[in-house]
Design a binder for this molecule. Structure first.
Ligand SMILES: C[S@@+](CC[C@H](N)C(=O)[O-])C[C@H]1O[C@@H](n2cnc3c(N)ncnc32)[C@H](O)[C@@H]1O
Length: 215
């Protein structure tokens, strides 16, 4: 896979960024609402394909926000992230589940797991940071380690939030947005199929959780 750098590989390795990650994003009223809606979308996605639970890999688990949700909903987990600083917070968050040893530092480009090691892979708030030309290699690596399911958060281009920001910022693009149609066509070539989408607020909010099946 390309070794091309992107900002998020470094950004979250800053201790100050890692320590304030949850507070900055999820402590205001809007932040709490966003957090709740994202988690609800992830749970609906997981429930649609892995209702009995299973071993799930949280890719770019960060501070363990989504990892915690997995444990609370009867999944076993492994969490990986490139940032030790983010993993530090995840360790504290997950220690009550005795799960801190299931967290490891790794690059999504080279996951240290065998093929088909997990029942599912979940990844939230990563793809928005990944340049579009790296979406395929990263999804390919996630595909390799899951038996069947990928549950991945993307930034949807076809929504009010994206276009409002684009217009008010003087036509500056932020993130790496996709359309579901383009994503479907892109993953088809990788023997993956988009089976369902869970927008956190359809047509309004950018975040969309996509369930992808390995063929
Ligand atoms: C916005 S945070 C998302 C954290 C968590 N998934 C959540 O939803 O709260 C993005 C995370 O991606 C991680 N990351 C960025 N590039 C990565 C890479 N190449 N491999 C693994 N993790 C990476 C960062 O360290 C950071 O923790």
């Amino acid at each position: 896979m390309s070794t091309e750098e992107y900002a998020a590989q470094q950004k979250y390795q800053d201790a100050a960024v890692a320590q304030t990650y949850d507070e900055v994003r999820f402590s205001s009223f809007k932040g709490r609402l966003t957090d709740r809606m994202e988690k609800s979308a992830v749970l609906r996605a997981l429930g649609s394909v892995l209702p009995e639970g299973g071993l799930v890999l949280d890719v770019a688990c960060g501070t363990g926000r989504i990892t915690e949700l997995l444990v609370e909903n009867n999944h076993q987990f492994v969490g990986i992230d490139i940032s030790m600083e983010m993993l530090q917070t995840a360790r504290l968050r997950l220690q009550r589940f005795n799960g801190f040893s299931n967290l490891l530092r790794s690059d999504v480009a080279r996951l240290p797991f065998q093929d088909n090691a997990f029942n599912g892979v979940v990844s939230m708030r990563l793809m928005v940071h990944i340049p579009s030309n790296l979406h395929v290699p990263i999804l390919t690596e996630m595909r390799r380690v899951t038996k069947r399911w990928l549950i991945v958060g993307f930034q949807d281009r076809l929504c009010l939030q994206y276009w409002r920001r684009y217009l008010f910022s003087g036509f500056r693009r932020r993130g790496n947005p996709i359309t579901v149609g383009a994503l479907k066509r892109e993953v088809e070539h990788m023997s993956l199929q988009v089976v369902e989408t869970f927008p956190i607020l359809r047509g309004v909010s950018e975040t969309i959780v996509v369930v992808i099946e390995k063929q």
